[in-house]
Design a protein around this ligand. Structure first.
Ligand SMILES: Nc1ncnc2c1ncn2[C@@H]1O[C@H](COP(=O)(O)OP(=O)(O)OP(=O)(O)O)[C@@H](O)[C@H]1O
Ligand SMILES: [Mg+2]
Length: 702
């Protein structure tokens, strides 16, 4: 490669530029032969160099020559080993022409030597004396021509060698390059294999995602551990199968798998969520991404598919939504409850006044006013219906006074069998299903009865053509409203059922589908209130056209909550016993109610004084003794229960009756006090007074 092109292509140039290459060395040291022939040759245009001794001849030969003209007598009998060695060690292309000048008169010994020398010098032409100048010139010209051909040969050989060397260098360089790039390729392949292995391990190691490849037709070509975990198939079972087998029958029928591939092929990626079927037939809600894989030329080589099981997330989302909805519902009911409770409380007081006044008016009307009496009775009846309504409203608002105890549900249902059948009519059959040994439930039995009646009447209304009602109970653990064991009492009908909107609103107070005057919409709200107050809950399930199931979950009663033994009959007040005239202190912050109570007490023949606040009552008691105090509970500054405590401390034994419109008493407070539910009738007031005073008359405070 480093050679120059001129030397490579013109080998003869090198020879011509060498001044010695075509000279004739003349070695004829004896006599005049040497100079004479040199002159002849020079004249013929050749270059001649005269050598005077063998050593010089050798030195000139080393310097370069085209031919050697040697007189035989100059070498015969002499030691010419140096010359012969020179001849023998010529390069392969070289065969220096020798022109040997002989003489035919030589002895035979010389002739023999000559034969040998001709062979040893190899390229020898004999020329015999006397030599014509023309013979000499032409012989040497011929010798030089042959020498020239040798130089040509040398050029070619050298050129060939150079070419061979260049070729070799080129091959060596190429080989080195090739080796280097081979090594690089090997490294790259090893690196690629390593990273492919790492990638494979990574993909294999992922178990949260199903990662697999599809061929362009959708057949599975690889399968990772996540895919096996999520879909349930081992690689051997699934590789080569079509991926559409993971879709549901409906989705397959709708052509979803093909749409997924077509979309990915068109826009590069397809992403969606949907149901997928596992090997065992169960379904998972999956998030799916399909990516199209293309080669460098843009041809579709397949698809990469990544699937994630998000069933749990979906479930959690659903639960969250349900919890939110439940919270919203309960907050709404709470708000409505507060409003209803407030209204009912005020109405209750008003009804109390109306009913009390009507009762007093009735007593004072002369007996002959017949027509007016029946009007009055109408008014009393209407006010009583109003009172029932407010009671239900208070029940919904969880403000009714409950007598929570351990209730045997099967007993309770059996006890109201007649009532139920009568209320539902003959076209409806009632079936009951109770397991043996059902534990007792903790609730108010009277309220539970009216709740059951409410639910049964709803069922009847939903089955105008008749049907059946199944009342069942079971014991189960539940987490709501608090973790524990519950008795689940259920009422199932085969009626028209409710659509989702009706179902969602059924427990709202005043929500009814029964038309004005037919339903108050307070039935289920009352049941709801009872359940809340019993620390249980009501669950509604209904399907339009199929029927409705209403479940009442009541806590299993603890042993202490067993029914208290019935009160000693002897201690019960004797209703026939005439009441003695008592001094009674009435306390109520509502002036109207207070006036009404005082009027009723006076009607019963007692002397009554009133106070509109607890501290006022205490002052009055300090001034003038009383036999009994009847007090409202919810009053500003000091409640009725607190007043009772103060009275018990200052005048032990002085009876106090708490008149309450609803269960406003916090747990435990005033529990030992006799109570009178508002609105109360004259008779109820009388009964209450009897119950606290018929026992030996207490000392009047004074
Ligand atoms: N078993 C049932 N089947 C179908 N719908 C029902 C059933 N129970 C209740 N509902 C629906 O829920 C609504 C509310 O019931 P709820 O008992 O609170 O009030 P109501 O029955 O309409 O009135 P009221 O109880 O005062 O007579 C009903 O109007 C009805 O639409
Ligand atoms: Mg109802």
């Amino acid at each position: 490669m480093s050679e120059t092109p001129s030397r490579c292509c013109s080998p003869v140039d090198g020879m011509e530029s060498d001044p010695h290459s075509l000279r004739v060395l003349v070695f004829a040291p004896i006599g005049r032969d040497g100079p004479a022939s040199a002159e002849i040759l020079t004249r013929a245009g050749l270059t001649a160099a005269i050598c005077t001794g063998l050593d010089q001849l050798l030195a000139e030969l080393e310097a370069g020559a085209g031919a050697a003209f040697v007189a035989e007598e100059a070498i015969v009998g002499r030691d010419i080993t140096g010359l012969l060695r020179w001849v023998d060690t010529q390069p392969p292309w070289s065969d220096l022409p020798f022109v040997l000048l002989t003489s035919h008169r030589e002895p035979t010994a010389v002739a023999a030597w000559r034969l040998e020398i001709v062979q040893r010098l190899r390229n020898v032409t004999l020329i015999e004396r006397p030599v014509q100048p023309i013979s000499l010139t032409s012989t040497l010209q011929a010798a030089l021509r042959s020498r020239r051909r040798q130089y040509d040969l040398r050029g070619f050989i050298e050129a060939r060698e150079r070419t061979a060397q260049e070729l070799e260098a080129l091959v060596a360089a190429r080989t080195a390059e090739l080796n280097a790039s081979n090594a690089q390729l090997r490294d790259e392949m090893a690196e690629r294999a390593r990273s492919e292995e790492q990638f494979r391990l990574l993909i294999q190691g992922v178990t949260d995602y199903a990662i697999y490849m599809l061929d362009p037709e959708g057949r599975i070509s690889s399968w990772n551990a996540g895919a096996e975990r999520i879909k349930g198939y081992a690689p051997a079972e699934i590789i080569g199968e079509h991926f559409s087998r993971f879709y549901t029958d409906e989705d397959r029928a709708a052509g979803l798998p093909a749409i997924g591939l077509a979309t990915a092929a068109r826009v590069g990626r397809f992403e969606n969520e949907g149901w997928r079927v596992r090997k065992d037939g169960t379904r998972i809600w999956a998030h799916v991404v399909i990516d199209a894989i293309r080669d460098d030329a843009g041809g579709l080589t397949g698809f990469a598919k990544v699937t994630r099981d998000i069933t749990e997330r979906l479930k959690a989302q659903k639960q969250l939504e349900e919890a939110r909805e439940a919270l919203f519902q309960s907050q709404k009911l709470e708000a409505i409850g507060q409003l209803t409770g407030g209204i009912a409380h005020d109405f209750n007081n008003l009804l109390m006044v109306i009913l009390g006044s009507l009762a007093l008016m009735r007593k004072r009307l002369p007996p002959e006013t017949g027509a007016a009496l029946s009007l009055l009775d109408n008014a009393v009846q209407a006010a009583q219906r109003g009172a029932t309504l407010t009671k239900r409203m208070l029940a919904f608002a969880r403000r009714q006074e409950l007598k929570i105890m351990a209730v045997d549900i099967p007993d309770l249902v059996r006890g109201m069998a007649d009532l139920l059948q009568r209320s539902l009519g003959p076209s409806i059959t009632i079936e009951t299903r109770f397991p043996l040994g059902l534990p007792k439930a903790s609730t108010d039995p009277n309220q539970l009865e009216s709740a059951l009646l409410n639910i049964a009447v709803n069922a009847r209304d939903a089955m105008p053509e008749g049907g059946s009602i199944t009342i069942a109970a079971k014991v189960a653990t539940a987490n709501e409203p608090a973790p524990g064991r519950y008795v689940c009492l259920s009422v199932t009908d085969t009626g028209e059922g409710m659509d989702p909107e009706t179902l969602a609103r059924a427990t709202e107070p005043f929500f009814t589908t029964k038309g004005v005057g037919k339903g108050t919409g307070l039935g289920l709200s009352t049941v709801h209130g009872l359940m809340e107050q019993s620390h249980g809950r009501m669950v509604l399930a209904s399907r339009k056209g199929i029927g409705t199931t209403i479940e009442l979950w009541l806590p299993v009663a603890s042993a202490e909550a067993e029914l208290p033994p019935p009160a000693d009959e002897a201690a019960a007040p004797d209703a026939t016993e005439a009441l003695r005239r008592l001094h009674i202190m009435a306390v109520d912050d509502d002036g109207l109610v207070l006036m009404n109570t005082i009027a009723m007490l006076e009607e019963l023949g007692h002397a009554a004084v009133g106070a509109t606040a607890a501290d006022q009552a205490l002052d009055a008691l300090r001034r003038e003794a009383a036999d009994l105090v009847i007090t409202d509970h919810a009053m500003p500054r000091m409640t009725g229960a607190e007043l009772a405590d103060r009275i018990a401390a200052e005048w032990p034994g002085l009876p106090v009756i708490l008149a309450t419109g609803y269960a406003e008493l916090p747990m435990g407070i005033g529990a030992n006090l006799p109570k009178l539910a508002k609105p109360f009738s004259l008779e109820e007031l009388e009964m209450a007074i009897r119950s606290v005073t018929s026992a030996e008359a207490p000392d009047r405070p004074g």
